[in-house]
Design a protein around this ligand. Structure first.
Ligand SMILES: [Zn+2]
Length: 250
């Protein structure tokens, strides 16, 4: 089992716990953020998206999710019990980037086929989860940027858990480039049938370290347990396990 270590916060002197593999840690007493390896202050922009739901409200959101959608058992909301609820501030890197892909490819849908050239030019606020192992649905998560404010530990609920980053800023940028290129290759399928060459130029505008509030819920239904993930800023369900509905013979 991994053992937590700690460093002293160079701002308030409090203990800052971190797990092996974590690279950037935030002090829960004063919000000061440290790069663990160097012990130096994290100097880039650090933001937090505010949570807008308390525990009773999250219960309501969960029950609403259980009663909506026709794939769920009809008695799900009534027969299930929420057994665990945790508010976690997940760390992300938000990379604002302009990506311009130039391509050359063969368009085979007409006869004779032609060689086509062009560009795809797009801007993104690309989100990278700053944790190595997670089944969090990052691509499904539309980070509510209008709720983003400078990181302030006083805005974090005492019962919430704050996760530290396991991914460095440079690595986040590399991941963004890879993922955007992949996305553009996907978009290219509409333009050409066979790619001859392609290259992408990136213009990075900003990289922000961001904590966003996510509720992790565990509920039980007919003896089994299931999970539900809710966005604490918007209240939308990001991912939920649905028990198999039984369609008995009437
Ligand atoms: Zn501190």
């Amino acid at each position: 089992m991994a053992v937590a270590e700690h460093i002293r916060c160079s701002n308030c002197g409090g203990p800052v716990d971190f797990q092996p593999g974590e690279l950037i840690a935030t002090c829960k007493y004063c919000g000061f953020t440290t790069v663990i390896q160097t012990g130096q202050a994290f100097v880039f922009e650090h933001s937090v998206v505010q949570n807008k739901f308390d525990e009773p409200q999250v219960n309501e959101v969960a029950k609403d999710w259980m009663t909506s959608g026709f794939l769920k058992p009809g008695d799900l909301a009534k027969k299930s019990k929420i057994v665990e609820k945790q508010l976690v501030y997940l760390p992300f890197w938000l990379v604002s980037v302009q990506a311009k892909t130039s391509y050359k490819g063969v368009f085979e849908r007409i006869t004779p086929q032609i060689v086509k050239e062009g560009t795809i030019n797009k801007e993104y606020n690309w989100l990278v989860l700053a944790r190595e192992a997670s089944d969090f649905p990052t691509r499904e998560y539309d980070v509510p940027l209008e709720g983003k404010v400078p990181y302030d530990f006083r805005k974090i609920e005492g019962f919430a858990k704050i996760l530290n980053s396991e991914i460095e800023r440079e690595e986040a940028l590399e991941l963004t480039k890879q993922q955007v290129e992949e996305h553009h290759r996907f978009l290219l399928q509409q333009e050409v049938d066979k790619i001859i060459e392609t290259s992408t130029d990136f213009n990075v505008k900003q990289i922000v370290y961001l904590h966003a509030p996510i509720w992790f819920i565990k509920y039980e239904y007919k003896g089994n347990s299931y999970r539900l993930i809710i966005d604490g800023a918007s209240g939308s369900a990001l991912k939920g396990d649905i028990p198999p509905a039984k369609f008995g013979l009437l």
